[in-house]
Design a protein around this ligand. Structure first.
Ligand code: ADP
Length: 170
């Protein structure tokens, strides 16, 4: 598995799957979630509604997969990050679950190239430095990492990009 770092908008990435920092309703929201639904079109929401009708809300740390609609990617993997409620092992474990469960779903769907945003570091206020450590460590320690060709970390804001750059180098 190779790891790539990109600064930009995840909706423009032509990966097999891009990951969405969704909320448990799966019905869309602000931030990256809003951008994905806006640019991907109605097919993504329709697929999310169908999943909701079948299995209810998506729990924090879990992930579901849908079409990517009009986006250049093939799939969107929607995962629900934890809302930062202060330092706790549970918050860190749930954020790690997001990355791990997204990778598991990727493998199940034959995804070779997957792009992640910086889950929970926007509206959910997870500290960006801690979130970067968790994201990178979880991907690096993923048990089936040889089954994924490439993980792309897509940082939208300068602060996240700099934190990832410090940890990954160029
Ligand atoms: P959360 O609710 O999980 O915090 P947000 O969407 O508010 O989700 O923020 C998660 C991260 O996504 C933030 O670091 C934000 O800068 C980033 N982000 C916002 N829009 C985009 C986008 N179009 N592409 C990639 N990342 C984005």
């Amino acid at each position: 598995m190779t790891i790539e770092l990109i600064k930009g908008d995840i909706t423009t990435i032509k990966a097999d799957a891009i990951v969405n920092a969704a909320n448990s309703s799966l019905l869309g929201g602000g931030g990256v979630d809003g951008a994905i639904h806006r640019k991907g079109g109605k097919a993504i929401l329709a697929a999310c509604v169908a999943i909701r009708n079948k299995q209810g809300q998506c729990k924090t740390g879990n992930a579901v997969i849908t079409t990517a609609g009009n986006l250049p990617a093939k799939y969107v993997i929607h995962t629900v990050g934890p809302v930062w409620t202060g330092e706790s092992e549970q918050n860190s474990a749930l954020l790690a679950d997001c990355y791990r469960n997204s990778l598991i779903l990727a493998i199940e769907n034959d995804v070779k190239i997957i792009a992640f945003p910086n889950i929970s570091t926007g509206i959910y206020h997870f500290p960006k430095d801690k979130a970067a450590d968790i994201a990178i460590n979880t991907v690096n320690n993923f048990a089936q990492k040889e089954r994924i060709e490439k993980v792309i970390f897509v940082c939208f804001d300068e602060e996240n990009y700099d934190l990832y750059l410090q940890r990954l180098g160029r």
